[in-house]
Design a protein around this ligand. Sequence first.
Ligand code: PLP
Length: 393
Amino acid sequence: MEQLIYLDNAATTAVAPEVLEAMLPFFCEHYGNPSAIYSFASESKAAVDKARTVIANAIGAKNEEIYFTAGGSESDNWALKATAEAYASKGKHIITTKIEHHAILHTAQWLEQNGYEVTYLDVDADGRVNPADVEAAIRPDTILISVMAANNEIGTIEPLKEIGAIAKAHSVLFHTDAVQAFGHIPLDVDEMGIDMLSASGHKINGPKGIGFLYIRRGVKIRNFVHGGAQERNRRAGTHNVPGIVGMGKATELAIANMKETAEYETQLRDYLISRVLEEIPHAVLHGSKEYRLPNNANFGFRFIEGESMLILLDQNGICASSGSACTSGSLDPSHVLLAIGIPHERAHGSLRITISRETTREQIDFTIENLKKIIVRLRSMSPLYEDYVKKNA
Ligand SMILES: *Cc1c(COP(=O)(O)O)cnc(C)c1O
């Protein structure tokens, strides 16, 4: 195989060399338990505190509002299940959207099986939630609104500030799954009226298995993992010190380079989008042109089966995705594409390309050339395409 072209940065990212370097001393050298009293543990404790400060500053929060978890999925589970329990006496209604990550959707379904009612809001053809729909869905027994900051499949950025203002006006809690947005676009919990926010290390060149949940001071939320007194009694378990240090370093780098990275990625993304739409017939862009993550492109190709496209790209060393990593392997079309109105048969022909600041123009050119050949080849084998060509001849 030739060189590896990694275009699946929404699924996970490489750990940055600076991040690894920051983590290494916390395995064999400063391995003390940050909860211990003796001075040997003070290095680990200071490192955890430092990471917490960096992360809190990145979203305009206070240190004591950041709770480390084992990743985005845990943060999402915690935010929903533990507020549902803590606010059950006020009501049992939750509002979310049809395009959330499965960490939210499957948690919401679990809550439905346990006596809660969930409204799943529709989105427009770009994948955006209409804030007026959020407001219209609020009832006296609504306790929580959970809307993602940016979608992991089609890259659409949601109107958080507008939704946050509505939540506040109605005294309903507002949670956002910001796993794809954190470190990529500016987020400010006060400005956006966010009460809880989930993020994950491995989507921002940090390690896997570490994330955090921001919980605004004053929000009642039950603890999620019972045990020791870590994380102010709310999330027990010895701190994952190397992971926390890595997440802190990754956050520091992402924030420091955010503007530059976004400019670079946006330019390369738009180059990719315009070439694909111009050079490949029957191709469409899924998601918003205006409100889009800098690193995301998601295409639909008619008369193509997404899996076959991915296998042929893989044979040329190109890693891409046809939806989210979590749904691949199943034959169900993406719930996100269905929610934006893509018919079943077309939802199967989608391709998600998510770049990074390491992606080069040459890699994108190589990918486009390959994609063009692959699509011609797959269409030449498609009876549907043959019918289409005959009818339109
Ligand atoms: C990746 C992802 C998650 C899950 O995060 P993990 O750290 O892998 O558990 C949740 N939500 C979104 C939007 C994601 O992209």
